[in-house]
Ligand binder design. Sequence first.
Ligand code: TRP
Length: 354
Amino acid sequence: MISPFQIQHSDSTAADAEPRTKDIVLTGDRPTGALHLGHLAGSLRSRVALQHEHSQTILVADLQALTDNAGQPRHVSAHVLEVVADYLAVGIDPEQTTIALQSGLPALSELTMLYLNLVTVARLERNPTVKTEIELRGFARDIPAGFLCYPVSQAADITGFRATLVPVGDDQLPMIEQSNEIVRRINRLAGKAVLPEARPLLSTVSRLPGADGRKASKSLRNVISLGASSEEIQSFVSAMYTDPAHKRATDPGTVEGNVVFAYLDAFDPRADEVTALKTQYRRGGLGDVTLKRRLVDVLADVIAPIRERRTQFARDEAYLQQVLDEGTARAAGVTCSVLDDVREAFALTRRGQR
Ligand code: TRP
């Protein structure tokens, strides 16, 4: 089988930053459920590829997840080890990548507190990703302050490791921009470059939509988990939005905005065949049923080996916990040294008793 991590696309949108000789790579995920195919296409594949050449940390961002789950905290804690199992199942190697728990690194929270002084409320309200999320969650005027400020906490995640490269989907670009603004302010305060700016690494496939064509989101239930069963794959694909004007197989159809093609582009290893299918679909003569059947097979090939490994890891919670504990311990040192530098920039040199 062709590994899902090695797919290259000729018609891909170029990543805007090439990894350099030795980057410090940092990413995170909110543990609110199993990771999904959007994560795989958007950044997990890059992370698997980057871990051999670069120094990489992945944060299980439980504090960030709490910013919109404070009413149901167990919904966060219950999924922490599941996300660790997802990492291992897709090929993240805990010997090469440090997997750490955000709430186990108090220096990140202290950094957040200090950074909040460098950001205005108006700036936070302008963040387009946060804006969309506020609408999706129906917060209206009742936005938790922690939620509005999570990009600042994410800046602490990124800078807390002196990260230079962040592989993400394009919805996370505003977070990196916000982080770099904070970096520049800290460096100006310190009068020297104590923190590096980070570059985004965009996936070679553009952002995957949800099955209904809207933004992929666990809360909209339009995503499919990396542990999905064959039946779940089947019903996920059959519910997929195609082209409402394409009623009969003989009708010409539209490829742009067609969710089935978006997933084929991301996961079908036979890119030339997909190109031919697009031509046929546009001309007329290719039915949605045939097309969807192909996608079911493609996704089954991608998910089955991940699901199998995931089930194996899920049986050994003690091991998952150990991976996370060791990773968190390893991560603590660098976050504390960054905090020292930032405290100094704010003239907070005296620590009292610690
Ligand atoms: N905001 C990211 C998401 O929703 C998760 C995240 C938390 C993250 N901390 C990060 C991503 C640091 C990149 C870097 O997917």
